[in-house]
Design a binder for this molecule. Sequence first.
Ligand SMILES: Cc1cc2nc3c(=O)[nH]c(=O)nc-3n(C[C@H](O)[C@H](O)[C@H](O)COP(=O)(O)OP(=O)(O)OC[C@H]3O[C@@H](n4cnc5c(N)ncnc54)[C@H](O)[C@@H]3O)c2cc1C
Length: 290
Amino acid sequence: MIKDFKYFAPKTLKEALTLLDKYQDECKVIAGGQSLLVLMKQGLVAPEYLIDIKGLTELNYIKSDAKGLRIGALTTHRAIEKSAVIKRKCSVLAEMEQRLASIQTRNWGTIGGNICHGEPAGDPVPVLIALNATLSLASVKGKRNMAVEDFSLDYFETALEHNELLTEIQVPAAPPHTGTAYTKFNVIESDLATVGVAVSITLRSGDGVCQDVRIALGASAPTPMRAKQAEAVVKGKKITDNLLKEAGEIASTEAEPISDIYASAEYRRELMKVLVSRVGKEALARAKQA
Ligand SMILES: Cc1cc2nc3c(=O)[nH]c(=O)nc-3n(C[C@H](O)[C@H](O)[C@H](O)COP(=O)(O)OP(=O)(O)OC[C@H]3O[C@@H](n4cnc5c(N)ncnc54)[C@H](O)[C@@H]3O)c2cc1C
């Protein structure tokens, strides 16, 4: 049963940040509630004050310019999935959202809530790491930015301070000849990843050598992670199937998967080998066409 709490529904970001600063660790922010309510019903989280930010329309937008995309933290998964500009400029984000949870959850859950929940098996963070995305965090004292790859600190723990809100996600415009792909293996369709893999590849103009690569893994460690040793195998070389297979094998050794009811750690490592190679091939094909 949910413990009693005092409820606030601020109308502006400034109002929300003031409340957050006042109540700090006695309060909890709620956006779509798709993750938080589960924890509250289980009694794992019992805030004295609940600050409902879902009504902050100033944090609900998708904007696009020459620098890339800017997505407000309160944008729902469904809005990202259906956005014409996202499909045109960053289709991997829309593809990822299409496989996240059910339509009901996507209709109400927000991208910001997903990121702040700190779930190591969530879909958006590995994709955003591969896309080299950044975050804006705001408090009454001002704003700070950080790379998505630095945001997750440990199992369900993020770099967010008690008095901060995530306000925006920035996805930089991809360099020419860049392709990004994502997939997850999951036992139950519309559920969290058993393992998720996102790969972004940039090819050098002319000779097609791999100029840059980012390989991000979900459900493979206490936090979503970059497989940097696997990236080093591919970077600066002409990519072949064998090279991607080798990258998958290296990624599976640098990850730190756990065993749980869905899969053993050993099985997860096997999935990483297969998925890094498979998703890498898809990213490469897209880079060649970009
Ligand atoms: C049945 C089911 C299936 C699911 N399947 C998947 C799946 O396949 N893949 C996947 O990735 N996720 C999945 N999820 C998780 C879920 O979709 C997301 O975690 C959800 O979208 C979180 O967004 P929310 O707005 O509902 O966040 P909330 O539940 O409201 O909040 C989550 C956490 O983030 C904090 N928070 C929210 N917004 C902000 C903000 N702007 N600034 C600071 N802190 C904030 C809250 O305080 C809370 O700690 C599933 C959930 C359910 C219920």
